[in-house]
Ligand binder design. Structure first.
Ligand code: GLU
Length: 542
């Protein structure tokens, strides 16, 4: 109650402050002023650290190129203040050149509006995977064998440029096979799908990534296996390039095989293509930088933090399709089944994961499982996005699987903006059905596993509404079939019984009383156990 009062008072205060500054003509306060009052929370000045902390909570970084003008002005302005704080006028001066992005951030218009709770989930899963000790660090390339098996990092970047990192995210490592989707995307961007696929197939090979094998048309199966990646390599020198080349006998064999089968465009110098392939595998990234590459794929080819178009939509779509079917070595089918998202792993222990239209993620940890995928990376991706058996529980956190249904999502977390909108729509539909007494709509909602105890802004449930309106059949359905909590309290402390009594619906009072008498107060509190039975009851009643 106290917190509600505080929020109301704060809102009233903000409004009063805004009104105080409204010009007499009735012009609305500027975006800069609104932003000031949002962050100032009733104070006359905003300390600079408060501003940057609030900024980081939205997922934006102070080093974001889109905030360059604001940050430069902030630095200059702070030198003129004695207390390191900004009044409304100084604040406006600092934020005005980047006001659109800042307003979007503070009005929660980014794809993950509540960024911090989402990052807390990421950190939990990171910690969880940290304890894993299985797997072997790849040693067939001496440079790779030097990495500690304890290294573990996760970095993400959303399509709105929100960033989060945890672990060893600044340690450089080689992209290795994670470069394959990127170079394929560049090849398609530069030459088009038709030309590139004159030389490479689109089908999973069902064979190890470095097998000396071509498809029935004597083409490499796809661009995610070595043969296809060598053909799609069309220049960059890095430290591990030499090491890579010296242990590249198999790839030389593949190269000669490809040459014999005329897999390269005419006039191609196979050895220089192979050198280029080794150089590409040796490109160094950090988890942080690679997450922006993944986010560019998630964002249709536009880099989220520079706004630059890097890849054509066609190149991105092709790449994501092939990552989805062929990106995870001989685990690709299982990864597509469990996680349902395009990803590509590499022998250095990286997994580049794309959640289309939402975010890119780079996980990195050198120990690999038997199929060549990072042990910690697979666990992280599966627990975050997939459905897996973990400690005998079915675990799945977010509904980002390609085939997750976005309308009936009740049991999974949807941190997306649209996810929030969907939830609002779902509460409205539920309460409206209860208000109109539409039991058949309520049956459909229950069958699609909608949470029948959802509450609106005033903490009112479908049961409150149905009791207030006197819809006895709805009340019975919610209690007996759905086993909803019979005594939820709304924001004023009223229960459905209070509503029924208040509006004189005696039949509803009787139903509620009879139902209540069957259960001890203890039972009604424990609606979780009841809910398990509810699913069984539903079969009978629907
Ligand atoms: N260096 C690699 C090769 O043997 C890339 C292997 C990988 O990451 O799958 O071609």
């Amino acid at each position: 109650m106290l917190s509600i009062c505080c929020s109301l008072l704060r809102a009233a205060y903000v409004l009063a402050c805004c009104l105080q500054y409204l010009p007499k003509a009735g012009i609305l306060p500027s975006l800069e002023d609104l932003l000031f009052y949002t962050i100032a929370e009733g104070q006359e000045k905003i300390p600079a650290h408060k501003f940057t902390t609030a900024l980081k909570a939205t997922g934006l970084r102070t080093g974001d190129p889109r905030l360059k003008e604001c940050m430069e002005m902030l630095k200059v302005t702070l030198k003129t203040t004695s207390d390191g704080a900004l009044d409304r006028h100084l604040f406006k001066k600092c934020v005005q050149s980047n006001i659109v992005l800042l307003t979007q951030a503070f009005r929660k218009k980014f794809v993950i509006p509540d960024f911090q709770p989402f990052c807390a989930h990421i950190d939990d899963l990171y910690e969880n995977a940290k304890n894993l000790s299985g797997g072997q660090v790849a040693d067939y390339i001496p440079q790779l064998a030097r990495f500690s098996p304890d290294l573990w990092a996760v970095a993400l970047c959303t399509v709105d440029g929100q960033r989060h990192t945890v672990g060893d995210t600044k340690v450089p490592f080689c992209l290795q096979s994670c470069v394959k989707p990127l170079k394929y995307a560049i090849a398609v961007h530069d030459h088009g799908t038709e030309y590139v696929h004159r030389f490479i197939g689109k089908e999973p090979s069902g064979l190890r990534f470095n097998k000396l094998f071509l498809n029935e048309d004597d083409k490499p199966h796809n661009p995610m296996v070595n043969a296809g990646a060598i053909v799609s390599s069309l220049s960059l020198l890095c430290p591990s390039f030499q090491s890579e080349r010296e242990s590249g006998d198999r790839n030389f064999a593949i190269g000669y095989y490809l040459k014999e089968k005329k897999c390269f465009p005419e006039g191609t110098d196979m050895t220089s293509i192979l050198d280029f392939y080794f150089q590409l595998c040796s490109i160094e990234v950090t988890c942080e930088s690679a997450s922006v590459m993944a986010a560019t794929l998630a964002n249709g080819g536009f880099c989220p933090i520079t706004g630059e178009r890097v890849l054509s939509p066609e190149a991105v779509r092709n790449t994501l399709s092939l990552m989805h079917s062929c990106g995870m070595y001989d685990f690709s089918g299982q990864f597509a089944f469990h996680v349902g998202l395009p990803a590509k792993s590499g022998v250095a222990g990286g997994i580049l994961l794309v959640v289309p239209n939402v975010m890119g993620i780079m996980c990195w940890s050198p120990p690999l499982d038997k199929l060549g995928n990072s042990v910690r990376g697979i666990q992280f991706c599966t627990l975050l996005f997939g459905v897996t058996i973990f400690n005998e529980d079915l675990v799945s956190l977010c509904n980002f699987h390609n085939y997750d249904n976005l309308r009936h999502f009740a049991k999974k977390l949807d941190p997306r903006r649209e996810g929030g909108d969907q939830r609002v729509k779902s509460v409205i539909n539920l309460l409206f059905a209860a208000y109109t007494g539409d039991v058949s709509a309520l049956r459909r909602f229950a069958l699609s596993s909608m949470d029948m105890e959802q509450r609106d802004y005033d903490s009112r449930t479908a049961l409150h509404v149905a009791a207030a309106e006197g819809h006895a059949e709805v009340v019975r359905f919610l209690l007996e079939a759905c086993k909803v909590n019979p005594v939820p309290k709304d924001r004023w402390g009223n229960t459905p019984m209070d509503e029924a009594v208040h509006f004189g619906h005696h039949d509803v009072v009787t139903i509620l009383r009879d139902y209540h008498n069957q259960y001890s107060p203890q039972d009604t509190q424990d609606s979780a156990t009841d809910k398990q039975n509810a699913e069984k009851n539903l079969d009978g009643m629907l």
